[in-house]
Design a protein around this ligand. Sequence first.
Ligand SMILES: Nc1ncnc2c1ncn2[C@@H]1O[C@H](COP(=O)(O)OP(=O)(O)OP(=O)(O)O)[C@@H](O)[C@H]1O
Ligand SMILES: CC(C)(CO)[C@@H](O)C(=O)NCCC(=O)O
Ligand SMILES: [K+]
Length: 257
Amino acid sequence: MLLCIDCGNTNTVFSVWDGESFVVTLRTSTEHQRTADQYFVWFSTLLRHNGLETDITDVIISSTVPRVVFNLRVFADRYFGTRPIVVGRPDCLLPTQPRVDGGTQVGPDRLVNSAGAYDRHGGDLIVVDFGTATTFDVVAEDGAYVGGVIAPGVNTSLEALHQNAAALPHVDVTRPQAVIGTNTVACMQSGIFWGYIGLVRGICERIKGEYDKSMRIIGTGGLAPLFSSGDVLFDTIEDDLTMHGLLVIHRYNKENT
Ligand SMILES: Nc1ncnc2c1ncn2[C@@H]1O[C@H](COP(=O)(O)OP(=O)(O)OP(=O)(O)O)[C@@H](O)[C@H]1O
Ligand SMILES: CC(C)(CO)[C@@H](O)C(=O)NCCC(=O)O
Ligand SMILES: [K+]
């Protein structure tokens, strides 16, 4: 079985592929101090809790946090006796090479999203991912990542407001009743909710204006459904896009090395 690990700046997601489907998906916060042994205690406990017997033979990792990769490598080696494929490292092949400015280290999550989206939808896409940052990845006709946009993440923005303004509390993102808020929390929720809808809409329109062909927009990340409840932003929403991309890249490496 294949263990896919998607390590973001906020959360790390483990998902096990049994050859036909993802049988379990587990989420933990990203902490670079976490050791290989700590990962295993958490992982094996939850597998047992889910009544799963898994035999992990392969591991693939995408990490936007370089320093967690060391302990994840030790985890794969010590507990599964396997050398993981790490997206973005020179020995990990990609189905298509990104076309960006020389020296740019594209976030591995964006390469993975691009590969996953291309496999499902073909090219000429915008992939919008609501994570720590809100990213827009442009996928060309041949599946290459050719650039995009990095905007502040929804929770990152809310946290910055709270940190920088003495009278603004911590609030969770939600769809507000009205645009005109009649209390502080409602005002903040309106700013974030309608602000991000405007941001996503505006950036996608501008990307489409710059691109010479029609494009489809794929939304992913935990908050995509919430934002699409306020406006038609996406042609499709896929919550498993990153995991699917890891699967695609793993398969490509197995077939070509
Ligand atoms: N309605 C909601 N309100 C608030 N948070 C939500 C809601 N739906 C999902 N979430 C949150 O979205 C997050 C899932 O986000 P996702 O995995 O896409 O990115 P992330 O973990 O926040 O960022 P990164 O991948 O950069 O670490 C979870 O932390 C989840 O709690
Ligand atoms: C933008 C984030 C933080 C989104 O997770 C990640 O993809 C990243 O660290 N990217 C590196 C810079 C780039 O993608 O161009
Ligand atoms: K993510």
